[in-house]
Design a protein around this ligand. Sequence first.
Ligand code: FES
Length: 371
Amino acid sequence: MSAPPIAAPLWLLAELTYRCPLHCAFCYNPVDYAHHRTELSTAQWVDVMRQARRLGAAQLGFSGGEPLLRDDLEELIGEGRRLGFYTNLITSGIGLTEPRIARMKELGLDHIQLSFQDSTREMNDFLSSTKTFDLKSRVARLIKQYDYPMVLNVVLHRYNLDHVDRIIDMALAMGVEYLELANTQYYGWGMVNRAQLIPTREQLQRAEAVVNEYRARIGSRVRILFVVPDYFEERPKACMNGWGSVFLGISPDGTALPCHAARTLPGVAFPNVRDYSVEEIWYASGAFNRYRGDAWMKSPCSTCPEKHRDFGGCRCQAYALTGDAANADPVCAHSPQHAAVQAIVMDSPFRSTGQPIIFRTDANSRRLVPG
Ligand code: FES
């Protein structure tokens, strides 16, 4: 039987830079980011966007690090819109001044997703290791003033799950239309700090009950998404909707990645847009074909009736927790390594929050991954 044809990428994520004014303990950027300083030029990004659009990509996200640190962000947004992309800025808000947001509006930027760390200045500033709460609050007002839908993202973990009511109150006071309460996923710096960030099951259940009370009270006026950490589930997430299926990420130096965390996988040569066309990368590269479809699957995924729904889960998580990216994601109850994930969850109430958090800094990056 021949393999089904490969669909075009739908979502191009331009990670413009790893530089960031914040130092979040759960940042999904690679732990060794300090060793990846090179950034594509404006002309190279424009070329990538043109190629991806020609292939069929429809949505273009600008992220980082902090994309506002690129002076050419407005130029890239303008080009993205001219090419017909739906454009999305994923930002901490730091650096989003009124002249910049006004220009972005003029250029047609479609959507801004703003992140907060918590509902109070103290916790927000502690978790990002910066003094940014007031700046972010000002940016939230600018987003409303310029008539963007207010889309707020707050990453949850054991330090802030118990204030989920105050986080929702803050979001409502800001006039949000959409609140994404995303529990920490254990990749990058989140994995470094997993022991400190992982909540207890009771904390999660309490927080989810609070979210449901708010949902019942406010109705459809505000959509609240609550994403449970997959360690607490019995089935894995359909990571990236399948490897090489819809998502094309380009990291600051031009390395093309099928997901945010793929750089952690050993023995995979990820192609760079400086050496290959986007078309070659998407359709023909070994990296993008490696876990595409189901031919790579081993038992129990290969014979699982759910394999076309969850694609065996997350390759990066399978590697991080079992040492083999082709194993079933051990979050799945069918995985022979599932007990290891359960042990991490069972252990969570005994974790001491007194352990120091390792913040994302250049010095910590170099210390954890010497060059
Ligand atoms: Fe890489 Fe899930 S993050 S496949």
